[in-house]
Design a protein around this ligand. Structure first.
Ligand code: EPU
Length: 349
């Protein structure tokens, strides 16, 4: 277990707020987790696990230990009948995994190209893009319970995977598990998924009716790079808010006012495009000081000047308030704010 104190956080989360943690610890091997547990319990300091740091931001200096998950194993659990189950270390970079499996002619996650972050975050967030969610490919998640010191395996059905949601974001598991591995089911036979509108448009413009998985990958890369800012240049954490779901009655009323509003039927009502709501509320490309929404995708908040986290949070509040005022729709953040109270382990007796 390598440890550094103090530990600058800016290079380790894509929103790049200029804070630091009291200490940073790097985990490369699941065998280090018992020692980590003892270390965290000994003085009951707060801790925060970081994968790629691409879906959270720090609002202040972190008064505890940041644990960088860098478990990078890669194991084939099954390879028969055209189906391959891969168990991947939680610290592997997700975009590299997508490229590697495609190069190995394994199919099923090409739509999830270029999603920033590491493997361990994929089930927590139930990452999804361009017509696919990881819930459709996940077999199981393995994790170490810092509370009890036990190893746990969660079959995909037990992970409570919903839209950008899972049991790992809620009690009793939040702030208690280190996800060490995620296993995915992939296929040898190409089964391209092109139901997402932007992909259909992309292929019809090119007169491609039956794209290969490699072409789907290329398309997703092209669409994403055209729309979404590269966090290495413009610090951001992807979609800042979730796409909200409103009851049917509210949807009807909104459509009466704005016949051009887009919505998708889902359980519990209609899902709206948060980016559209923000744009229509007049906040696309708007900037206050060093923080603003992206010019081409209003749902992304950019920390242009690497400002402190509280300025990002204050800007997001203004966006939320503007959408609420204009449409009566309350946006819910998708990006997590690391702010007090922080989790900590009970000291050992
Ligand atoms: N739109 C606007 N103005 C904007 C942005 C979007 O009018 O400024 C409209 C678009 O024209 C389109 C609709 O909103 O009609 C949806 O836009 P888009 O296809 O860009 O997708 P999104 O709903 O904004 C979601 C995910 C993304 C994912 C894409 C593609 C959420 C919160 N976001 O964005 O995920 O890449 O779909 O599947 O569900 C992320 O989670 O960080 C993320 C980037």
């Amino acid at each position: 277990m390598k440890s550094r104190a103090p530990f600058p956080l800016q290079p380790h989360h894509t929103m790049a707020t200029p804070h630091q943690a009291a200490e940073g610890v790097i985990i490369n091997d699941p065998g280090q987790l018992n020692a980590l547990r003892r270390y965290l319990r000994d003085d009951a300091r707060p801790f925060q696990v970081l994968g790629g740091g691409s879906n959270l931001f720090f609002t202040e200096d972190f008064p505890g230990i940041v644990v960088l998950n860098r478990i990078e194993s890669h194991r084939v659990l099954k390879d028969s009948n055209g189906e391959t189950i891969l168990e991947l270390g939680a610290g592997l970079a997700w975009p590299a995994v997508v490229e590697r499996v495609l190069a190995d002619r394994l199919y099923g996650i090409e739509n999830l190209a270029l999603i920033p972050g590491r493997v361990g975050a994929a089930p927590i967030q139930n990452i999804g893009a361009y017509g696919i969610e990881i819930s459709e490919r996940l077999v199981h998640v393995r994790a170490y319970d810092l509370d009890t010191g036990e190893w746990l395996t969660f079959p995909a059905e037990a992970c409570g995977l919903g839209y950008r949601d899972s049991i790992f974001k809620h009690p009793p598991w939040k702030g208690r598990l280190i996800i060490t591995h995620a296993a995915l089911r992939l296929h040898r036979r190409p089964q391209p998924v092109i139901r997402y509108q932007a992909l259909r448009t992309y292929f019809s413009e090119r007169n491609i009716t039956h794209p290969t998985p490699e072409q789907v990958f290329r398309a997703v890369v092209d669409i994403r790079t055209a729309k979404l800012p590269d966090p290495a240049c413009l610090p951001n954490a992807g979609s800042f808010f979730k796409n909200p779901v409103v009851p049917l009655a509210q949807w009807e009323a909104l459509r009466e006012r704005r016949p051009d509003i887009a919505g998708w039927p889902v359980e519990g009502g209609m899902k709206l495009a948060a980016g559209w709501l923000i744009e229509q509320a007049g906040w696309k490309g708007r900037r206050i000081g060093g923080v603003g929404t992206h010019q081409r995708q209003a749902l992304v908040i950019i920390n242009y000047e690497r400002r402190p986290g509280r300025e990002v949070a204050a800007f997001a509040e203004k966006v939320r308030a503007a959408v609420a005022r204009r449409f009566g729709v309350m946006l819910e953040a998708e990006v997590e704010q690391v702010a007090p109270p922080y989790p900590r382990l009970r000291p050992s007796n």
